[in-house]
Design a binder for this molecule. Structure first.
Ligand SMILES: [Zn+2]
Length: 240
């Protein structure tokens, strides 16, 4: 997976729709890589950009990010025609290339990518489930391809992909656990920033994205030891 991430990152033809960043360090000090895949990816903020942006806002103004998004959507985009929206996006992109501070980039990103929903894809929380990496490799090759469905998906969604949640477990040959013997997949609800840094960063990142836009799908890829083929375990919701 590391080789794949590196070879994809170095592929220049992907540069307009792929960004590779570090989400955090694992407990054992390995980089947790995150890929962002979408059209206009140069505007997207990675986890550290989001944290920087948030830290610069005074405590009583943290709601501004959410408030800002809603207002922008309502005022700037809702009343515009399709042609005007296109012009606005072009103008903002041009402005972005002149002035590249995080705040400017974030504002531009909110406008240009306002219509997109997010998809979050993770895998290898269980290090022994190697087949999940093969499934993800196929998914990435498709999402980065030139076929028209992939291009359409990149226009409509922002994909945040974390291919390797538990590299420490892989390095040490564990089947389900991390460096300390915890099953990280049982730590989503209350991860510690010290003991489960990857789950903590991932959860925090997802909530930052949720402030910004709707997350259409969160898909964590595993491998099962009995059933064959592909299948999904999904959440159920009460009808309201
Ligand atoms: Zn699993």
């Amino acid at each position: 997976m590391k080789k794949l991430t590196e070879s994809i990152r170095n592929e220049l033809k992907y540069k307009n729709y792929l960004q590779v960043s570090n989400l955090c360090k694992s407990l054992g000090g390995a980089d947790i890589k995150m890929m962002t895949i979408t059209e206009n990816v140069e505007l997207c903020l990675n986890y550290y950009d989001h944290l920087t942006l948030k830290s610069r806002l005074p405590a009583n103004e943290k709601h501004i990010i959410k408030y800002g998004i809603d207002t922008m959507k309502k005022l700037e985009l809702a009343r515009e025609t399709k042609k005007a929206k296109k012009d606005t996006r072009a103008r903002l992109k041009e402005q972005f290339h002149k002035e590249v501070g995080i705040e400017t980039r974030f504002r531009t990103h909110l406008m240009v990518n306002a219509h997109k929903k997010a998809m979050v894809i993770t895998s290898r929380v269980h290090p022994g489930e190697t087949q999940s990496s093969y499934a993800l490799e196929g998914m990435l090759k498709f999402l980065l391809s030139d076929c028209k469905e992939a291009r359409q998906l990149r226009r409509q969604f922002i994909f945040y992909v974390v291919p390797m949640l538990n590299p420490d477990g892989v390095i040490h040959g564990n089947h389900r656990t991390d460096l300390l013997g915890f099953d990280m997949n049982r730590r989503w609800s209350d991860p510690s920033p010290w003991i489960h840094p990857t789950m903590y960063a991932m959860r925090n990142f997802v909530s930052l994205i949720q402030d910004e836009r709707k997350i259409e799908v969160f898909c964590d890829i595993h491998g099962h030891f009995q059933p064959c083929g592909g299948f999904m375990y999904c959440n159920t919701y009460d009808k309201e």
